[in-house]
Design a protein around this ligand. Structure first.
Ligand SMILES: Nc1ncnc2c1ncn2[C@@H]1O[C@H](COP(=O)(O)OP(=O)(O)OP(=O)(O)O)[C@@H](O)[C@H]1O
Length: 332
């Protein structure tokens, strides 16, 4: 487990970039760190393995406070926390094989063992056929897979990714995300990913840290993040279709009529709950907006609905609906 406690980072005595940051990454989890440009995402990632020394705070890896380690101890711990840099940082004069083998050469691992370990890993990331190519002869996705193989060669517990898909086309992005999921599942690695792409969070993350001006604005499960922060994310990240609230609210005219937002989560998202409950009461529904988001493990859905009925029926309907879905909000 990686635990970050009250972390602060001030550059040059004046630029307070990370402010009292707290979160944990459980073993086997994928945590996304998202935020707008300049929020401090990369700085945060670099403090995780002390590539960047924080100004104050603690970083625990399995109960060990990394900031209290001496140089030698830290060198060993760094083998447990690998980083994949945004621009890959491959050595141009070395082949794919030689880039991946470098950490083992530094460790003076015997040649025969290097050969076996690197070839196996290159096979795992589907790059064996490119082992003798130089970085300049690789596509963006192949460079990324070389960098990932190099990060995996020391068998780390945690891998830090800085914007792993920001320079890749959509289909290569999907293949890299699949590879990251595979590394997480079959190799059982914990993963931290800095990204500004909501799709990365939706497709592969279990939890999310939302950084705003160096402060953790949200830390928790992905579906809670999208549900709680929906309106803000629409605005800041241009997510999905924006609801035209003014027009939607104008639709609701009757004294007893209500505008409600219904949020479904998990298996229930695909069940006809609204229909089944509606049948029991004397009400009319007018669906004004709807969407289903497919997150890593479960879908969640949002409906904006006008409900037309008498006050008595409305109360009973809302009560039963609230008991059967993730959340009901009366908007008007
Ligand atoms: N080595 C450094 N020295 C001084 N200031 C820095 C350094 N690295 C980053 N900063 C500053 O810290 C702030 C946060 O930068 P950082 O790169 O961590 O943000 P980010 O969220 O990753 O942004 P982006 O998405 O644009 O990469 C910025 O104001 C940046 O100028």
């Amino acid at each position: 487990m990686l635990k970050i406690k009250n972390l602060n980072l001030i550059y040059d005595d004046k630029n307070h970039v990370l402010k009292n940051v707290n979160f944990t990454v459980e073993d086997g989890e994928i945590l996304g760190i998202i935020g707008l440009s300049g929020a401090g995402k990369t700085s945060l990632l670099r403090t995780m393995n002390l590539l960047q020394a924080p100004t104050s705070g603690e970083i625990f890896l399995d109960q060990v406070d990394l900031r209290k380690l001496n140089k030698n101890q830290l060198r060993n711990v760094r083998k447990k926390i690998s980083i994949v840099f945004q621009h890959f940082n491959l050595l141009r004069s070395r082949t794919v094989f030689e880039n991946v083998s470098l950490p083992l050469e530094i460790e003076k691992v015997p040649k025969g063992e290097i050969e076996v370990r690197v070839n196996k890993l290159l096979e795992d990331v589907n790059l064996l056929h490119k082992k003798d190519s130089y970085p300049s002869q690789l596509s963006g996705g192949e460079k990324q897979r070389t960098a990932i193989a190099r990060a995996l060669i020391n068998n780390p517990d945690i891998i830090l990714f800085d914007e792993p898909t920001s320079s890749l086309d959509p289909s290569t992005t999907q293949r890299i995300l699949d590879l990251i999921l595979e590394i997480n599942k079959s190799m059982k690695k914990s993963i931290l990913i800095v990204t500004h792409e909501m799709d990365v969070i939706k497709k592969i993350c279990d939890k999310v840290v939302y950084l705003k001006n160096g402060t953790v604005d949200f830390f928790g499960k992905v579906h809670e993040f999208f549900i709680k922060k929906e309106n803000e994310l629409n605005k800041e990240f241009y997510q999905e279709i924006n609801v035209d609230w003014k027009r939607v609210k104008e639709v609701v005219q009757g004294e007893n009529d209500r505008l409600i937002k219904v949020v479904f989560w998990g298996e229930k998202t695909h069940e006809p709950i609204l229909h089944n409950i509606t049948k029991k009461y004397d009400i009319t529904l007018n669906i004004l907006y709807g969407k289903i988001e497919h997150l890593k493990d479960n879908p969640y859905g949002t409906l904006i609905v006008e409900v037309i009925s008498t006050q008595r029926e409305m109360e009973k309907f809302l009560e039963e609906l609230s008991a059967n879905v993730y959340k009901v909000e009366v908007l008007k």
